[in-house]
Design a protein. Structure first.
Length: 323
């Protein structure tokens, strides 16, 4: 057969076939007219080279396997030299894996250090944040109001106790006097942990860290505007949330609701990503244990604390004596 047919049947290019010949891996018969004439054995050899290369064995290292076939063995790895070829390939892969693992560890260490370094600054310490948390990529999908929060204004908070990141248990039905800002978010990422697949394509999913940093940087402003307390809430466990509060130096507590009890009690909107059921981003302003105002949908997350401040400025509460 001609070189084109061999290449087609073996699934390679004619250029690859010529390269194999230049290395002496193929030795076709020469016809009187000078053309190469390949047979079924050449097809088998070429297919074997291709299969071994796909496993990561270099073309030059396939020779022991081909020689095994030339000796009449049924399988290319029936010979001791072929087994040695496997071992050499495995040793090389092991070295590469160790090298890549070491490089990955260094990159993760740099990422962890940078994440902590860029989040050490807050207004509570008299310094401006070094990172711009207010902006997100322009191509992120914007969430739309699907009406899932229309029923919440005026609803009473349920009798529900959740664990805070400081170890305390917070009763949502008895938050205390004054306004409470309860911002509910899907999940925060952290260095070395992958977000669910397709996270950036879910409207409103991305931005939990910018939102947390926004409430951190505006915490004193919120207190000055009459807010008594601020809480973040997600379905992540307290240990995961505690890492975030420490890394970002949040001056308020996070509440953990892994069973999404608040979602069931108030019929809050949720979504599914990566096999997880998560809260949609929503913020409740609570006064006297009643939901006074609802922000939904929330976008962009990094500027949301400023949106809450603007609403508070236009909706100041009158002192009890003036009622």
């Amino acid at each position: 057969m001609r070189i084109g047919e061999l290449a087609r049947r073996a699934g390679v290019t004619t250029k690859a076939v010529r390269y194999y010949e230049s290395l002496g891996l193929l030795a076709p018969v020469r016809l009187p007219n000078g053309y190469r004439d390949y047979d079924e054995h050449d097809v088998r050899l070429t297919q074997e080279i291709r299969a071994l290369c796909r496993l990561g064995i270099p073309v030059e290292a396939t020779r022991p396997f081909l020689q095994c076939l030339d000796l009449g063995h049924r399988h290319a790895d029936d010979c001791p030299a072929a087994l040695a070829g496997y071992r050499d390939a495995i040793d090389e892969l092991t070295r590469r894996i160790e090298d890549l693992t070491a490089r990955r560890a260094v990159l993760m260490a740099h990422l962890h250090e940078a994440a902590h370094r860029n989040s050490r600054f807050s207004r509570a310490e008299g310094e401006e944040p070094m990172t711009d948390y207010t902006s997100l990529p322009a191509d992120l999908p914007v969430p739309e109001d699907d009406g899932a929060a229309a029923h919440l204004r005026g609803a009473r908070m349920p009798q529900l106790h959740l664990r805070a990141t400081d170890g305390a248990t917070i009763g949502l039905e008895a938050l205390g006097a004054g306004r409470t800002v309860l911002y509910i978010y899907p999940l925060t990422g952290r260095p070395g942990t992958d977000l669910p697949e397709g996270w950036d394509t879910i409207p409103g999913a991305r931005g939990c860290t910018p939102e947390a940093c926004g409430f951190r940087d505006h915490h004193q402003d919120l207190l000055a505007a009459g807010v008594a307390r601020v809480y973040g809430l997600s379905s992540q466990d307290s240990d995961y949330q505690r890492e975030v509060t420490e890394r970002l130096r949040l001056p308020f507590q996070m509440l953990s609701d892994p069973a999404r009890d608040l979602a069931r009690a108030l019929d809050l909107p949720t979504f599914t990503a990566g096999g997880l059921t998560l809260y949609k981003r929503i913020t409740l302003i609570i006064a006297d244990n009643v939901i006074e105002h609802v922000f939904y949908p929330v976008f962009p997350p990094g500027r949301h604390a400023g949106q809450v401040l603007a609403w508070l400025a236009g909706n100041a509460r009158r002192p009890a004596s003036a009622v």
